[in-house]
Design a protein around this ligand. Sequence first.
Ligand code: IPE
Ligand code: IPE
Ligand code: MG
Length: 252
Amino acid sequence: MGELSAASSSAPAGSPVPRHVAIVMDGNGRWARKRFMPRVYGHKVGMETVVKIIDHCQHRGIEYLTLYAFSSENWKRPEEEVSGLMNLVLVGVSRYLAGLARKGVRIRVVGDRSKVSPKVREAWNLAEVQTADNPGLTLTVAFNYGGRWDIAQACQSAMRAGLTADEITEEQLGRHMAMSHAPDPDLFIRTGGEVRISNFLLWQLAYAELLFTDCLWPDFDEAELDKAVTEFARRDRRFGGVKTQTSSDAAA
Ligand code: IPE
Ligand code: IPE
Ligand code: MG
């Protein structure tokens, strides 16, 4: 059940720093191909970018970072790539978990864990258990995650909890969504040049500011994140209402 009201949009309008950033880390394969390297090499380097970006989010005071690491549809990739990605989870947890825990990062994993191997499941469970009480950045990894899966599982979970059809409101359903531990994302970033959501957080992105960049994920760095945050601060968030008049507007 949710720790936060799921329909909450976190950062107030005009806030310079998004409270929750959600990223589709795309472009690893093309980055590797440009270097005549296998796709899995791109994923490996992409994992180093992840560590850099976690640090920088903490530095910038971002409270929640959600990373799309493996979609419900990514099983369609060649077996070698899928097993390479699964192996990277094991490598990543053994290499980086202790350091992240020391920095106070709290790790959560969202997605259908029933379909992944016991080893990968155990690695994610370990990461969650060892960091559960940490007070710092909440890092959510979307793994075998799909936005449609999330909505369907939330309905199932709500019905299992005994809710009747009339009781399934937006707020109630939100409490059963996989991201109920976090406020809705304020800023969505997709690297890699594609302009689509690819079944990421369909429910939660309702009022996120969307930002697409051609930068391939392994090239994404602190300066790119700073640029995205600057662009976010320029956006006028209205949440369906009207722009609230500021004193400078009134003077104009
Ligand atoms: C995103 O990079 C990472 C995952 C889906 C795991 P891609 O592997 O999709 O890279 P491109 O889009 O083929 O370049
Ligand atoms: C989205 O990227 C999934 C992740 C980054 C994990 P894809 O590369 O799978 O998306 P499509 O196929 O271009 O839509
Ligand atoms: Mg891709």
